[in-house]
Design a protein. Structure first.
Length: 102
């Protein structure tokens, strides 16, 4: 059994909402594969722009390394909890003040 050839160019949605036609003459399977490739390229381009071109895997590894070191440092955890509580106290105090009284 041979794959059906499309007589009409299928269209693929882009992130901006525009529909971009796929090449004419592709089978349904080929058209789907091309649509998937275009989606992957678009996602990778957006991700690259969001992280300034830095490797996403590298960022994940650095974050994991930092998190594992923090998990094994109870003193640092206590320090961060103390700092967070002080900042929450300052925020609560600032929210409780009347801005017109200053």
């Amino acid at each position: 059994m041979t794959a059906k050839r499309s007589k009409v160019a299928p269209r693929v949605a882009t992130g901006g909402g525009a529909l971009v036609p796929l090449p004419v003459g592709l089978s349904e399977k080929e058209a789907a594969q091309e649509a998937y490739r275009r989606l992957d390229r678009r996602v990778h381009a957006r991700l690259g722009a969001a992280v300034g071109g830095v490797s996403v895997i590298g960022l994940a590894q650095a974050w994991g390394d930092w998190a594992s070191h923090l998990a094994l440092s109870p003193g640092k955890q206590m320090e961060l909890v103390w700092k967070a509580s002080r900042k929450w106290q300052r925020l609560a105090g600032a929210l409780g003040r009347d801005p017109d009284s200053e």
